[in-house]
Design a protein around this ligand. Structure first.
Ligand code: SF4
Length: 336
């Protein structure tokens, strides 16, 4: 499927026809043009030839089916991963924004793949449409989107925002802006731009360490965007939008999971932000090589230190270790 071509192909059509075709793909989630019987046969034939709706993807289910992971292949043969996570009546799609990632975080499988290219807005949407179709068969829909897959979304800002506008469109996927989250490793320019966006999507910061010394070891991007700069940008975001910010924190055994790290993290947040507008989400690490995961007891102790300091702390539901849910593990597997 090449959604980016849709507007070009429809350019010569009357406005209502173009809208009908758009809604067929994004609202009715048609899987081939033949089923869009409201469109004239000759237009359906053109669309079938120019923009076939088949999505080239392999889907892997976890044994409990609480998550589905997809390996999506685009026209140039490059692949990304996307995940559907199902819990608490929510169907959340975790989308990729780039093929690979240039940020090279040392704990991340995607970082090891290097950077290939940005995804187009259509390629980002394709990942959502794929799971939207699967859910439709169960009379369900995609309710939430998180940009936490492969890539740094703020390095592909314009395409990410174009995709979000289409996701939010009531005549299409109709996903509320408040149900869409962008996770960044701290690209300050991206945070600044987001402040001025009319669509108020959620912001998450992949922090993963409370000090520059440790963070720069885990995340080379910290050298260009140190914690102080990130926190200043987050403060401006919070003041301007009055929206809560989530700090993501991957729990890595004996690296960033000590009580001292927890105390430093609590102090960092309390000294910069109102506690009403910030919370920490602890993520169980899915080992990808050089690091191990913190034990459940360590995660609990870390959480206790944060909570006792007054910092609201959640733990991300653990999805699909069996299907290599850590981003980048499937795309880097040549056997898939
Ligand atoms: S954690 Fe995110 S920003 Fe870092 S390398 Fe992986 S995909 Fe890129």
């Amino acid at each position: 499927m090449n959604l980016d071509k849709l507007e070009t192909i429809l350019a010569g059509q009357p406005a209502y026809r173009a809208e009908q075709a758009r809604q067929a793909v994004l609202k009715s989630l048609a899987e081939n043009w033949d089923e869009v019987v409201g469109l004239p046969k000759d237009l359906r034939q053109i669309l079938e030839k120019e923009i076939p709706l088949k999505i080239d993807a392999k889907i892997f289910a976890s044994p409990g089916a609480d998550s589905l992971k997809a390996l999506v292949t685009f026209g140039d043969g490059l692949r990304v991963e996307s995940v559907l996570m199902r819990h608490d009546n929510r169907n959340t799609v975790c989308v990729s924004s780039q093929v690979g990632c240039p940020m090279a975080c040392s704990f991340c499988a995607t970082g090891k793949l290097g950077f290939k290219r940005n995804l187009t807005a259509g390629e980002i949407l394709e990942q959502v449409v794929l799971f939207g179709r699967a859910l439709k068969r169960e009379n369900q829909r995609v309710t939430n989107i998180v940009f936490m897959g492969m890539g740094e979304p703020f390095l592909n800002y314009d395409n990410v925002m174009a995709a979000i506008r289409t996701m939010n469109d009531q005549k299409g996927l109709n996903i509320g802006a408040r149900h869409i989250s962008i996770s960044t490793c701290g690209i300050v320019e991206g945070i600044e731009k987001l402040i001025d966006e009319p669509l108020q999507v959620n912001l998450a910061i992949s922090l993963h360490a409370p000090s520059d010394l440790l963070r720069s070891k885990l995340m080379p991007a910290n050298v260009k965007h140190p914690i102080d700069d990130i926190m200043k940008a987050v403060l401006r975001y919070v003041k301007n939008t009055n929206r809560r910010v989530m700090f993501e924190y991957i729990m890595i055994d004996n690296v960033n999971d000590s009580d001292e790290c927890a105390r430093e993290l609590a102090e960092l947040i309390k000294s910069r932000l109102s506690l009403k507008l910030a919370f920490v989400n602890l993520i169980r690490y899915n080992p990808t090589g050089i690091y191990g995961a913190s034990s459940p007891e360590r995660v609990k102790a870390f959480k206790t230190v944060l909570m006792e300091a007054g910092v609201e702390t959640t733990e991300r539901y653990r999805f699909g270790r069996e299907i290599k849910a850590a981003c980048g593990q499937l795309a880097g597997d040549k056997n898939q």
